[in-house]
Design a protein around this ligand. Structure first.
Ligand code: UD1
Length: 315
């Protein structure tokens, strides 16, 4: 039947994708260095799943992988996923986030019969350009090593389709949230941080949420299950080949509205402490998702619905 490779498959988004692929009866090979991900995110008892602890910045790991297995599809999500870490360690980030991508593309090109190579890019490529909504052809202004490498990877990925006929697609994820997102760093996704504080409060601990700014900043928060749907869609739809797509809901919500909605859902009175706007933050961001919708994308979760599912999983 052929294998599916998921790099970063033990991470937050990758593990949701792996679960869905296994539900569909696929044979899945996960490569993950466990720097951000965890084996606990994976059903290691599933006979259709093979877990390989390995680093994509190591070319011999990729070569050995492709010498051992052949793949029909590749979902490349493995990356240094923290923007803050990329600013601290630009070179290490680059070796994983750009060189790792090229190692994979080269191996995929040599295998010749890959049906699809899907790359996880980021809305970070748009930087702080104020034009909204962000369209795939909006100005690109990557501001951090993370964003620069994501954009460079995207160009490699898309041009491998034109240069070598490798059927590639790149997805620009907006603010993804959902079960399993790690709240441990101050730079973790804000929804995971709020969830963590609500849980602490639920358990009788003294907890509050620090809001940077006045809460009027807006984002396009997309539930991880919709991101999985987008990945599967572009891996099956031939019209997606060679294209870049935004992945969001197409709706913006202010952080304050998100917090109020979440407090209402949880029924927990979380104290909010306001601090100055976080340096480097953008004010507003949301996606135009009409391109992805034109090939069949239908986000299933409003923010309220996604938060409900997320919260019910915590209690
Ligand atoms: C994303 C990156 C961030 C990067 C920024 C650049 C992630 C998880 N975050 O941030 O590292 O610097 O792009 O534009 O990839 N917030 C709070 N309190 C908190 C945490 C966050 O008020 O404890 C606010 C932030 O200031 C921001 C909003 O929540 O206004 C969303 O934050 P976040 O989830 O980090 O997403 P981005 O701002 O898009």
């Amino acid at each position: 039947m052929g294998n599916i490779l998921v790099t970063g498959g033990a991470g937050f988004i990758g593990s949701h994708l792996v679960k869905e692929l296994l539900n569909l009866g696929e044979n899945v090979i996960v490569v993950d260095n466990l720097s951000m991900g965890s084996k606990e995110n994976l059903d290691l008892n599933n006979k259709n799943l093979t877990f390989i602890e390995g680093d994509i910045s190591n070319q011999s790991t990729i070569t050995e992988l492709f010498n051992t297995y052949t793949f029909k599809k590749i979902f490349h999500l493995g990356a240094v996923a923290s923007v803050a870490a990329s600013v601290e360690h630009p070179l290490e980030t680059h070796l994983t986030n750009l060189e790792g991508t090229i190692y994979l593309l080269e191996a995929a090109r040599k295998q010749k019969d890959i049906e699809r190579f899907v790359f996880a890019s980021s809305a970070a490529v748009y930087g702080d350009d104020p034009a909204l909504p962000k369209r795939e052809n909006s100005p690109i202004k990557p501001l951090t090593p993370y964003a620069i490498d994501k954009y460079a990877s995207e160009r490699y990925v898309i041009n491998y389709s034109k240069l070598y006929g490798l059927p590639t697609v790149a997805l620009r994820f907006f603010n993804v949230y959902g079960i399993g997102q790690n709240p441990s760093s101050p730079y973790s996704g804000v929804v995971s941080i709020i969830t963590d504080r609500l849980k602490k409060k639920l358990n009788g601990e003294d907890a509050s949420f620090i809001l940077f700014g006045d809460g009027s900043q807006t984002r396009d928060f997309v539930f991880v299950k919709d991101v999985v749907q987008a990945n599967l869609l572009v891996s099956n739809n031939k019209d997606a080949i060679g294209n870049v797509y935004n992945v969001g809901t197409g709706e913006k919500i202010s952080l304050m509205d998100l917090i109020s909605t979440y407090i209402k859902i949880s029924g927990i009175d979380l104290p909010i402490k306001k601090e100055a706007v976080r340096s480097g933050d953008i004010k507003d961001s949301y996606a135009d998702v009409s391109a992805l919708k034109s090939i069949g994308f239908m986000p299933e979760f409003t923010v309220e619905e996604g938060l409900k599912v997320y919260w019910e999983h915590q209690i």
